[in-house]
Design a protein around this ligand. Structure first.
Ligand code: ATP
Length: 295
């Protein structure tokens, strides 16, 4: 019988169209109310069946190999949950900027869980895969579902929203690193920063109103990250001046993106923005679902 031994799937990045912090739990985790959106910048994850070992290799100098990689944790959690006596060689082709607020590691972990489910024909439901993912990180359940979602709790209470796919995005990744833990620790709860109006935003997403959605995007963590790195505000202004309907920081930063009404406006903006910022990207919002390459 023909048997699948290797699979290559995409692990796409996410942006936050909005991010609000609603509280802090006793264990130190913050609770959120955020709208997350998958975009077309993606890592390529190849999984190859092996005996009982889990090994991880990545071509990026800032991403650890072996058991320091979040993918190792994901594979371990998968084999534990399914009680399958298997192993896997994981190879990561890194295209998502690291430590940029784009959930690169979380998306890789989700791809490992989804890929192993196919490779080992484990038959896990999406809900079961989300539960495994949550053991690896708060953003992993979203990356399992992907597309357009509202996330509450620490990120695990997901509501799938109507598709907001096909919207053009120009994204800039500044050259400094922001620690997610540092940004959350330094956020002052109940501070008077601009809060996203999430319900209103969802109404505009539902009607695919790019202009009104973009104009209402907000991220409370900007109050922390942009205070230390004023460049964030400069990038936001540059993206807006280039023709975006609105611009905001993603996650804990430092990535900043803008949304555009159409391809032409986005391409013109991208050509301007990349003159000033060397890590600039033109991307599209995309739906969930597994993108797979033939091995
Ligand atoms: P998030 O938006 O989920 O907070 P991020 O995009 O800010 O994440 P990542 O790119 O996921 O940050 O990387 C954060 C850290 O995790 C890095 O310092 C990196 O060394 C480590 N790491 C472990 N495994 C991976 C992986 N597969 N891909 C990227 N980083 C990884």
């Amino acid at each position: 019988m023909w048997c699948l031994e290797q699979i290559t799937i995409a692990a796409p990045a996410k942006i936050n169209l909005s991010l609000d912090i609603t509280g802090k739990l006793e264990n130190g985790y913050h609770t959120l109310d955020t709208i997350m959106q998958t975009i077309s910048i993606e890592d390529k994850i190849t999984l190859t069946k092996t005996g009982r070992e889990i090994s991880v290799f990545c071509d990026h100098p800032q991403v650890p190999a072996g058991d320091g990689n979040i993918c190792h944790k994901a594979a371990q959690a998968f084999f534990e949950k399914t009680a399958i006596e298997g192993g896997v060689l994981i190879t990561i082709e890194k295209n998502i900027p690291v430590g940029a607020g784009l959930a690169g590691g979380s998306s890789d972990a989700a791809a490992v869980i989804k890929g192993l489910n196919l490779l080992y024909k484990a038959g896990l439901t999406q809900r079961e895969m989300c539960k495994i993912g949550l053991k690896c990180g708060a953003d992993v359940p979203f990356c399992v579902v992907a597309g357009t979602c509202r996330a509450k709790g620490i990120g695990e209470k997901l509501t799938v929203l109507p598709s907001f796919a096909g919207v053009y995005v120009v994204l800039v990744v500044p050259d400094f690193f922001v620690s997610t833990a540092w940004a959350y620790e330094n956020y002052v709860l109940d501070s008077t920063v601009e809060k996203p109006r999430t319900e209103e935003l969802i109404t505009y997403i539902r009607s695919r109103d790019i202009k009104n959605t973009a104009e209402r995007m907000a991220n409370v963590l900007e109050s922390v990250t942009a205070k230390k790195h004023p460049e964030i505000r400069e990038i936001k202004n540059d993206i807006k001046k280039s023709g975006a309907c609105g611009s905001v920081m993603s996650g804990s930063g430092p990535s900043v993106f803008g949304l555009f009404e159409n391809e032409q406006k986005a391409r013109i903006a991208y050509s301007v923005i990349r003159e000033k910022y060397n890590r600039s990207y033109l991307a599209l919002t995309i739906d969930g679902g597994i993108k797979q390459w033939q091995n």
